[in-house]
Every structure is written in C-alpha cells, then in structure tokens.
Design a protein around this ligand. Structure first.
Ligand SMILES: [Zn+2]
Length: 383
C-alpha cells in the first residue's frame, strides 16, 4: 500500500481551477488517488432547473459497518483579482513554510491531509480494519448547495447505504490549529425589507407618507434589542443590517419606497420561523405598508457532545497538547444536511485566510492536521 504525500496532493488539487460549480479536474484527481487506495468510487451528477449541474464523488472501502465518512468539498470561491495575490491563486506555490492558493484552507488542504492520513492508516492496518471508510465530496458547497451533499445523501439513503459517523473537514480552527471543533452551526436567514409610502414634495410633507422615516424606525426596533442571549453551545443570535437603499438623487422629493437588507445568524433558541415571527412583530409595531422577504439558508442545529466529538477532541489533544473548544460559531456548512443521517462533527484548518486574497496554509499545520485525522481513524477503529 502506497503512502500518500499530502503536500503534493494539496498542490495538485489547488492547481485544479474548481471554482463553484466547476469540477475543474479536482474530483477526477481524487477519484484516481482513492482508486489507487482500493476505494470503489461513484460519481453522482445532479441537475435542477435554475441551478448549475453539479458533479459529486462518493467513495467507499469495505462492505461492513461501521462506516466512517469524511465529508467535504473541492469547489472554491472565485479568487477575485489574481494580480492582488502574492502568488497565483491556482499556482500552489510554496514560500516561507506556507502553501498559497485558493482552497488551501477551505478545504483542499484538509482533504489532502485526510487522504494522507487514510493511506498511512491503511498501510498500518491493512484492509481488515473492522469496518468501512467512505468519502463524500461535492463540487457545490460554496454555491447554492442544491445539487451537492444533500442530494447525494438522499440517493445513498434510497439505496440503503448508511453512515455511522461523519467528520466534515471545514476550516474550524480560529487562532491555532485545534482550538475549535464544531458540533453544530448557527442558522442563517437573509431578509429584504421594502417599505412603501406616498411620494411627494418635501415642502408639503402632509400630502406624502415618508417611507424612509418608517424604515429607519423599523431598523431601530430590530437592532434595539437582542433576539436571545445565546445558549450553552451558541453565541447570542446576531442581526446585522447589510444595506439601506433609497437611491434618491433629489433634495426635495419624498421617495415612494425605501429598502433595507439584513442578515440573521441564529442560535438554537430560535428556528427560522420564530425569527421571522420576531421580525414581523416589531415591524407591525411600527406600522404602515411593508413587505418582508425572507430566505433561509439553514436552521440552527446541535449534535450534542458525544462519542464522536470526544474522539476528535482526544485526537486533537494527542497532537497539539491542548483540548479543543466545542463550538458552533461561523457560517453554515454541509454538516446541516449530514446531521440528519449520522452524528457529525467538523474539524479542519485555520479559517483566518479562507475566502481571502493570499489564502494559505502553513506546512506545519497541514502535517499536524494529517496526524490528528490519523489519530481519529486509529481511535474509531481501535481493535
Ligand atoms: Zn468550505
């Protein structure tokens, strides 16, 4: 059994220009490497009207249970202006102990670290390690996530395929590798508020109804009190106004409408329905005509601390010397779909440069993450 070089694999993955929803050669590369390790690989292509077609990879080694699944994505967000980067976003260059490139931490580096760990685990244990190993890798996590992980899980469930534990390799570490394992995620809801009034001359305001004044009052209500105080594993729900638009070039016209946008990240004290109710109560209290459009990208969820998070915490501690915090901060991820199929926890690289110019991973972290992942596998399949 060949042992894989994680750094080499990470560089080859970064060189695949797999901006969502492009596969970009990244899934082909993973498939080739996994088949070399003895995995049976399947590609699942999904389509839906109004969304891009998406290629997904499910790979499994072994037939018996338990089935330990590693989930992740090979798609990346666009690099923006390549000239703003110190090193080309798809060049995978090494400098001063860092590997640069889009996806270095989110999350091609983690996928490569996991494959390295997998190859060392199999090299040491052979094929009779007492269960199955699987990988569920999508090319649409950073996009609409309609034809990705969610549909793969539905297809697998229909075939009777079961996952017994799921480790998602998203970049969860904040200040140093291993300081956080995520056991849930906040919910996310995006809203657009349109307030309509009656246009008129600002000198004859009694003949008009100024929607800007009501919009300002509404936003003051929404931001004037907290939605909740958070809970044992969640920070308080956060509502952030992201835009206020009137677009009025005149100085003497009361506009007919005004709009605003805001983003709510909510704890497990709320559901998207209860957030929307909370919003409408406060908007109604101000009164007048308004229209609220809400788009929910995920409900909040918590996989309470248990055997999987304990195992990951022990693996982190064995390599870094410090136990991780079990948290729920940050954005959404595909863990929101996986949690309906198996216990799930997320652990990966530092998120400091994710989605930014000069995204990069330190070679020391890439190596340490691989050792942590290997300790997870050793612990899960302990004889
Ligand atoms: Zn990611």
């Amino acid at each position: 059994m060949a042992v894989l070089d994680s750094l080499d694999l990470a560089r080859r993955l970064i060189r695949c220009p797999s901006v969502t929803p492009e596969e970009g050669g990244a899934l082909d590369l993973l498939q080739e490497v996994l088949e070399g390790l003895g995995f049976r690989c399947r590609r699942l292509m999904f389509t839906a009207a109004g969304t891009p077609d998406v290629d997904n990879l499910y790979a499994r080694l072994g037939a018996g249970g338990p089935n330990f699944c590693y989930a992740g994505h090979t798609d990346v967000v666009p690099p923006g202006d390549p000239a703003a980067w110190r090193h080309g976003p798809f060049a995978a260059e090494l400098a001063d102990g860092w590997l640069y490139g889009r996806g270095a931490v989110d999350m091609k580096g983690a996928v490569a670290a996991y494959l390295g760990a997998l190859s060392r685990f199999l090299d040491a244990r052979g094929p009779d390690f007492g269960g199955s190993l699987s990988l569920l890798i999508t090319a649409d996590e950073e996009g609409p996530a309609v034809n990705g992980t969610r549909k793969v899980l539905d297809a697998l469930a229909e075939e009777g395929e079961t996952l017994d534990a799921c480790l998602v390799g998203e970049p969860t570490s904040n200040e140093r590798l291993g300081d956080m394992v995520k056991i849930g995620r906040r919910g996310a809801l995006n809203a657009r508020l349109r307030v309509t009034g009656v246009q008129g001359h600002s000198a004859y305001a009694h003949l008009a109804d100024n929607p800007v004044h009501r919009l300002v009052a509404m936003l003051a209500r929404l931001t004037g009190e907290p939605l909740d105080e958070g809970s044992a594993h969640f920070p308080p729900t956060s509502l952030q106004v992201t835009t206020v638009d009137v677009g009025n070039p005149t100085t003497n016209v009361i506009p007919a409408e005004a709009t605003a946008g805001f983003d709510v990240r909510f704890s497990d004290r709320h559901t998207s329905a209860s957030v929307e109710r909370w919003l409408r109560e406060r908007l109604d209290a101000v009164g007048g005509d308004y229209e609220l459009t809400v788009r929910v990208s995920g409900e909040s969820f918590l996989c309470p601390p248990g055997p999987l998070s304990d195992l990951i915490a022990r693996a982190v501690t064995s390599v870094t010397g410090t136990p991780p915090e079990l948290g729920t901060s940050g954005g959404t991820s595909d863990a929101r779909f996986l949690k309906d199929f198996a216990p799930v926890a997320e652990f990966g690289l530092l998120n400091a440069t994710a989605h930014k110019v000069d995204e990069r991973v330190s070679l020391a972290d890439l190596d340490a993450l691989g050792r942590i992942y290997q300790a997870v596998l050793d612990g899960y399949f302990a004889a």
